[in-house]
Design a protein around this ligand. Structure first.
Ligand SMILES: Nc1ncnc2c1ncn2[C@@H]1O[C@H](COP(=O)(O)OP(=O)(O)OP(=O)(O)O)[C@@H](O)[C@H]1O
Ligand SMILES: [Mg+2]
Length: 474
């Protein structure tokens, strides 16, 4: 234990003139230290020296990457300010990326670190955002501000946008099935609790519809939807028409559409992940839907290029390929016995090109992918899942050997039919040559029917498996 601290004044009770002199000095120093403790801290402030393109340059401040700042906008009003985040530096110059509107910014505008900003009413706390059960049914933006006009959030907790890395050895393995309510996926591409899947498709082939079906029908307890970089109109459509009342009641939607700053688009994705992590910590099974991972990568590309990073693959700087796994690795299963985050990330494949660098990178870091085909969508086959091109990499751990064999049989039949489709259509195939193909031709209309599903129709996992068994006559 520490001895009780003595103040300097205690020593002033002294007898000799030398001690009295020392005592006076000590009293003076004591008073000075009390006054300096009461003084306002020195307010650090820098100046904006350059604003061109997406980034601002500031001098006079030393701040770490990720720090938040406020910039005075004297052109607007005395208290108007913009928010920005440090995204890089070069020597004593800081690169800032604004997260709000910059109208009114003038040369030499003052920049303050957010903790010491003198601007009244600036309650910015960019690093901790609202989370918790009270968020269910709500729609918020990337900063946690409600967009749904339903009043304040009443959230019981806040969470940081980043989280410590989970030790891979502590993670619970994927061993239980998550029912997503879509027959083709439940029966042929079984998804596990804590699995991370990609949904690969071009534009307009039914990604949002399929995600909406999963959100409405899944057996997960909570749904977190991140709408990142999509059109603003789509946000309303997704919430009102695709998610609907039933999906919305147990969902939180984070919307960071295409017109917000790229930093906010990145933050929206990180925030949706933080919300999911919080629910996982509460022991819940979470379904995280991120639409889209490609737009997240594009936001990071905008930032990387703006601060002078060199473009590497198809204009994407290397930081993009580091950001993607960092985001995806936060989801999945937590430590044994806890909750889980099963995640679906949509990946845009331009012109249905599967070789896009983001698609390639996503395929490598995810535990499987579902490919939507434009040909099927154009033929009115919904959900337009290309079973042959899709794969769930953990499926063998989820289904029995018998079931696995039946799934393989279905896929082989489908693939054999596709390869011989032209011959069959022109009547050049003679039955009897290939018994498996004969069987497929007889079953094909039922197989097609099995793969299709109406938007309002739910098909649970057990039903889907039973229907597959019945179809294959086992
Ligand atoms: N299961 C379905 N049943 C019937 N029609 C569907 C189905 N899924 C999609 N569609 C049709 O496809 C259209 C586009 O679907 P959706 O908006 O989900 O595509 P998307 O891939 O999300 O498009 P975008 O790239 O524009 O985001 C819908 O408007 C609808 O007409
Ligand atoms: Mg969509």
């Amino acid at each position: 234990m520490q001895p009780p601290s003595r103040t300097l004044m205690d020593d002033t009770v002294a007898a000799t003139p030398r001690d009295a002199h020392l005592g006076r000095w000590r009293a003076t120093l004591d008073a000075a230290s009390r006054r300096s403790a009461q003084a306002m801290p020195l307010r650090a402030c820098g100046r904006i020296t350059r604003a061109a393109g997406l980034v601002l340059e500031a001098t006079g401040l030393t701040l770490p990457i990720g720090a938040s700042c406020l910039i005075e906008l004297p052109g607007m009003s005395a208290t108007a300010h913009a928010e920005a985040e440090v995204v890089g530096f070069n020597g004593d110059r800081l690169y800032l990326m604004p997260t709000s509107d910059l109208s009114g910014l003038a040369p030499n505008a003052r920049v303050y670190p957010v903790e010491s900003a003198p601007i009244i009413g600036a309650t910015l706390n960019a690093k901790r955002l609202p989370v918790g059960m009270a968020m269910l049914g709500r729609v918020v933006d990337a900063q946690g501000v409600p967009l749904d006009g339903l009043g304040p959030l009443n959230n019981e907790a806040t969470a940081s946008l980043s989280s410590p890395v989970i030790n891979p050895l502590d993670r619970e393995p994927i061993h239980t099935v998550l029912d997503v309510g879509v027959r083709a996926i439940n029966a042929l591409l079984t998804v596990g609790r804590g699995q991370r899947m990609g949904l690969f498709a071009g534009s307009g082939v039914g990604k949002s519809m399929l995600l909406g079906m999963m959100a409405r029908f899944t057996s997960a307890q909570v749904i977190v939807v991140g709408l990142i970089g999509e059109r603003g109109r789509e946000v309303k459509e997704f919430i009102e028409e695709i998610l609907g009342e039933e999906g919305r009641a147990r969902a939180v939607v984070v919307a960071a559409p295409a017109d917000v700053s790229p930093l906010l688009r990145l933050q929206g994705a990180a925030y949706a992940t933080s919300l999911a992590e919080h629910f996982r910590e509460l022991g819940l099974d979470v379904l995280l839907i991120m639409d889209s991972l490609t737009r997240y990568a594009m936001a990071q590309r905008e930032i990387g290029l703006a601060i002078g990073e060199a473009p590497a693959t198809k204009g994407y700087p290397p930081s993009v390929f580091a950001k993607l796994p960092a985001l995806v690795e936060r989801t999945g299963n937590g430590p044994v016995g806890g909750g889980s985050i099963t995640a679906f990330y949509t990946v845009l494949t331009e012109g249905d090109d599967q070789q896009d660098p983001i698609a390639d990178s996503a395929r490598a870091i995810l535990d499987g992918h579902i490919v939507l085909s434009r040909t099927l969508a154009e033929a009115g086959h919904y959900p337009a899942i290309d079973i042959e091109a899709s794969i769930s990499r953990v499926m063998s751990a989820l289904v029995s050997d018998d079931e696995f064999d039946r799934i393989r049989m279905f896929k082989q039949m489908l693939s054999r039919y596709q390869r011989n489709r032209d011959l069959i259509n022109v009547g050049a195939y003679q039955s009897g040559r290939d018994p498996m193909l004969d069987r497929t031709i007889a079953l094909y209309p039922r197989m097609e029917g099995f793969l299709q599903q109406r938007v309002r129709e739910r098909c649970g996992h057990d039903t889907a498996v039973a229907q597959l068994d019945a179809l294959l006559g086992t």
